[in-house]
Design a binder for this molecule. Structure first.
Ligand SMILES: Cc1ncc(COP(=O)(O)O)c(C=O)c1O
Length: 382
């Protein structure tokens, strides 16, 4: 199979992997139960805690981000128990599916996709149902480009017996996540987004409050039984994805060389520049307010009468740049530009320039350069 090595991936994951990471992943395989690998494996889990900003236990799991979401639910929820699932997009919907899959009762608290979560409604739901065992929520809803108020939700959940389960799959390593400060009991992430490693490794952090529940629950997943991960602390109960761990090590080196704060700031600034660029072209952002826009993915409305598939095709075929379309009922209605991981100013400017050209080609009234100029003007500012 031919791969296009020049393709600029501006989708919300998987993201472009640095050649240094790819080279590390091609190194010979070490014995996965040996001392050398074990030390390296544990070291990466410790370093991941810094990215999570947590002192809680953290395990690396073989699997994509969904494995960590699955582990969070399957280890804490018994059949028949109630889980409050905050739903405002495709990935928060996934949590309800996982809860149901393990026999839990998913109480859906729905918010319109693209709109802000009303934290008061979360409080009301918790007050009305004091037997809720856990709350699931997605920090960065990749399907809509909306960032959710985890800190505020954490303050409410802390005062209850319920566990706070958060998906940070498309934000960890690119936006602020403060697991301990925000009282996140189980935090799930994956490798192929802001961490900029290929898909295939996930991570989960587990608070004391969560362990107390896990110890009393007969984990319903065999492979993702967290009690086994705790017992086999020095490696993992099953064969680890050795090459992925090599890649993770170099990716974490890169994160700490840049500095986590600087990395988050880079994402914030590039997200702002992308939004300004999009608006400068005469397009509308999808989220209802700019304050709730994600720092890792920008979603924008497809202009009336335009075919987003055609726009994206032109961008790919003529300019070697891929952006994403909408999911579920937003298919054909929105487009999404991912700007996470190793994304640079150059990547944003190229993407916006290609988007302008593609829009012009499909007949959208546009003055070329307006969007790019707006992004250029905003790029280094606040
Ligand atoms: C917010 C969010 N949650 C969950 C997932 C699913 O992750 P994975 O495909 O790594 O299992 C994604 C992937 O796009 C995501 O963006």
């Amino acid at each position: 199979m031919e791969t296009n090595e020049r393709l600029l991936l501006m989708i919300p994951g998987p993201t472009i992997v640095d050649p240094k990471v790819l080279r590390a992943m091609s190194k010979p395989i070490m014995p996965h139960r040996g001392k050398e690998f074990s030390e390296m494996f544990l070291e990466q889990a410790e370093r991941m805690k810094q990215v999570f900003r947590t002192k809680n236990d953290l395990f690396l799991l073989a699997g994509s981000g969904t494995a960590a979401m699955d582990a969070a639910v399957s280890n804490t929820i018994k059949p028949g128990e109630k889980v409050l699932c905050i739903v405002s997009g495709k990935f928060s919907e996934r949590f309800t599916e996982i809860v149901k899959c393990y026999g839990g009762e998913a109480l859906e608290l729905n918010f319109e996709w693209g709109k802000e979560i009303d934290v008061n409604k979360v409080k009301e739901a918790l007050d009305e149902n004091n037997d809720i065992k856990a709350i699931t929520v997605v920090h960065n809803e990749t399907s809509t480009g909306v960032k959710n108020p985890i800190k505020e939700i954490g303050k409410i959940v802390k005062e209850t017996n319920a566990l706070l389960i958060v998906d940070t799959i498309s934000s960890l390593g690119g936006d602020n996540i403060n697991v301990d400060e925000w009282n996140i009991d189980l935090c799930a992430t994956g490798s192929q987004k802001c961490l900029a490693i290929p898909p295939g490794i996930a991570a989960i952090s587990i608070s004391e409050k969560a362990w107390n529940v896990i110890e009393k629950t007969n984990g319903y997943s065999y492979y993702l039984n967290l009690k086994k991960y705790k017992k086999h602390k020095h490696h993992a109960p099953y064969t680890q994805p050795v090459s992925m761990v090599y890649g993770l090590k170099v990716a974490l080196d890169m994160i700490f060389e840049e500095g986590l704060e600087n990395r988050i700031e880079r994402h914030r600034k590039l997200a702002k520049a992308t939004r300004e660029g999009v608006k400068g072209m005469g397009l509308k952002l999808f989220p209802e307010k700019e304050e709730i826009c994600s720092n890792t993915v920008t979603s924008l409305r497809v202009p009336k009468g335009m075919n987003d598939k055609k726009i994206r095709e032109i961008m790919k075929d003529k300019y070697n740049i891929v952006i994403a379309g909408g999911q579920a009922h937003l298919k054909g209605k929105i487009m999404r530009i991912g700007h996470m991981g190793n994304v640079s100013k150059r990547d944003i400017l190229c993407t916006l320039a290609a988007l302008e050209l593609a829009l012009k080609e499909v007949g959208f009234k546009i003055e070329l350069g307006n969007g790019v100029r707006k992004a250029q003007e905003t790029m280094d500012g606040e």
